[in-house]
Design a binder for this molecule. Structure first.
Ligand SMILES: Nc1ncnc2c1ncn2[C@@H]1O[C@H](COP(=O)(O)OP(=O)(O)OP(=O)(O)O)[C@@H](O)[C@H]1O
Length: 453
């Protein structure tokens, strides 16, 4: 039985409403707003009939307090004054609807029934979207596309074995997330997971960062320092951007992996290691081996199994799930109650090709959520760059040439190259022919406009 709370400063109204509703619902009523707030803290009501003015207390304040306690409580405002303005204010603050006094029984029944139905549906939607998120959320990695399912299968296979793994994919595709999933679901999960970005640490510091050093090993080595390998002992070391590791260090890394021991700089005492190595790269390591910028022996030692993570533009079916996932998580982080995206904003985000992959999508949504005050993110809340692209595409569909007015020639050229590449599924030769330029010319423009390949 649904529970209804009635708050009105007239005891007669409280009892007549109770009488009208108690056959069908569990009803509690009070003339004291403080009492009502106390009840709401102790038990969960489904619906509240709230007077707009209870003595000196404003019903809107009570409404806000009740909503703060239980967000999905349906509140129907009752007003003797019938002033549209205050009722509209109440609705803006989260009331479901309002009734004008004197109350008519039929009107009351119908609005209560309708409101409870609405709430039931809302709860169902909330429940189903959480279930959906669970279904397509593999250890915090969202995705339902066949490409991502393949990644999940590999994680399952690799989590409990000791095999070295290379995770490849463009920047922001989730390589570190996958490495963490392997570590934290496998048998080393209680041991450390240590991530090192080989591209972010200056070359002269990388060796000491990885292997550690003894006091006096070099100028400035004021005391002993443990290296990342030692920190990660018994656990997993995650070598991010391994393709950027200098050649000299690659040889040392290979020795550490072969001998399963590390010797800090300036020390003669090797330390035994029991470590799993997961490396990541946004470069094509095979090509780097061919170009002799990556050692072949190290490549074979690291790359026992490769997990390749597809760029976001190759798995558009994951976009709606990711939108929902990030909106939910930023709602928590930013203390917001955004419900979703307007159709226009959603279309704009569906059309975009995300050179920065999921990291870029997350940033766009965080920005948009900070900008929006409404329940749904609007096109105008998205970064300007995206809006511009979207309006150009939209306008183009309406009126091909006029619509491009406002873009610079460079912006237009970039859009045209992107669209032609997309039509030709990335084939440059065909694209260059279509655009009437040489392949070299196309390559130059691709790099000038930073178009992803
Ligand atoms: N499938 C996914 N589901 C949910 N969040 C994801 C997913 N993939 C990536 N992310 C999020 O996107 C951000 C970037 O991911 P991550 O750092 O793992 O990417 P990366 O490929 O290692 O990037 P880089 O190469 O730049 O280091 C993180 O905040 C991560 O949580």
């Amino acid at each position: 039985m649904e529970k209804i709370l009635i708050i009105d400063d007239e005891a007669a109204i409280c009892s007549s409403l109770t009488f009208a509703l108690e056959d069908k619902y569990a009803v509690k009523s009070t003339t004291d707003p403080l009492q009502a707030v106390m009840w709401a803290k102790e038990e969960r009501f489904d619906l509240c009939l709230l007077d707009l003015k209870i003595g000196n207390v404003s019903g809107i304040e009570i409404l806000m307090e009740l909503k703060g306690i239980q967000e999905d409580l349906i509140v129907i405002i009752m007003t003797a004054y019938g002033t549209i303005a205050s009722s509209i204010e109440a609705i803006k603050k989260g009331a479901y609807s309002y009734l004008t006094k004197p109350l008519n029984k039929e009107g009351l029944y119908s609005i209560v029934e309708q409101a409870l139905k609405f709430q039931k549906l809302n709860r169902q939607v909330e429940y189903l979207s959480q279930e959906l998120e669970k279904k397509y959320n593999y250890k915090g990695i969202i995705g339902k596309s066949p490409l991502m399912k393949n990644v999940f299968t590999l994680i399952e296979k690799l989590k409990d074995v000791e095999t070295n793994v290379v995770i490849s994919g463009e920047s922001g595709t989730g390589k570190e997330l996958v490495a963490r999933a392997i570590h934290f679901s496998g048998k080393r999960k209680k041991e450390p997971f240590v991530a090192v970005n080989c591209a972010a640490i200056p070359e002269n510091l990388l060796e000491s960062e990885l292997f550690g050093f003894k006091k006096g090993a070099f100028t400035g080595a004021a005391g002993d320092q443990m290296g990342k390998f030692q920190y990660a002992n018994n656990g997993t070391i995650f070598l991010d951007e391994v393709g950027d590791m200098p050649m000299a260090l690659q040889a040392k890394l290979l020795r550490v992996l072969q001998l399963k021991q590390v010797t800090p700089l300036g020390s003669n005492h090797p330390i035994e290691l029991n470590i799993r190595v997961i490396a990541a790269t946004n470069k094509d390591l095979k090509k780097a081996v061919e170009a002799e910028s990556f050692r072949q022996d190290l490549y074979f030692r690291l790359n026992v199994v490769e997990i390749s993570i597809p760029p976001l533009r190759e798995k558009p079916q994951d976009l709606p799930l990711l939108f929902q996932h990030f909106i939910q998580s930023y709602n928590k982080e930013l203390n917001k109650k955004i419900k979703g995206l307007s159709e226009e904003a959603q279309n704009c985000l569906l059309q975009y090709h995300y050179p920065g992959n999921i990291r870029e999508l997350a940033n766009i949504l965080e920005y948009a959520m900070l900008m929006t005050e409404e329940p749904y993110i609007q096109l105008g809340n998205l970064p300007l760059e995206l809006q511009k692209k979207s309006s150009a595409v939209f306008a183009y569909n309406q009126n091909p040439v006029d619509s491009l007015v406002g873009l610079t020639l460079d912006e237009m050229e970039k859009l045209l190259i992107e669209a032609t590449l997309k039509k030709n599924e990335g084939q440059r030769k065909k694209t260059a022919q279509m655009l009437g330029i040489s392949e070299r010319g196309l390559r130059n423009k691709i790099s000038k406009y930073k178009i992803d390949k």
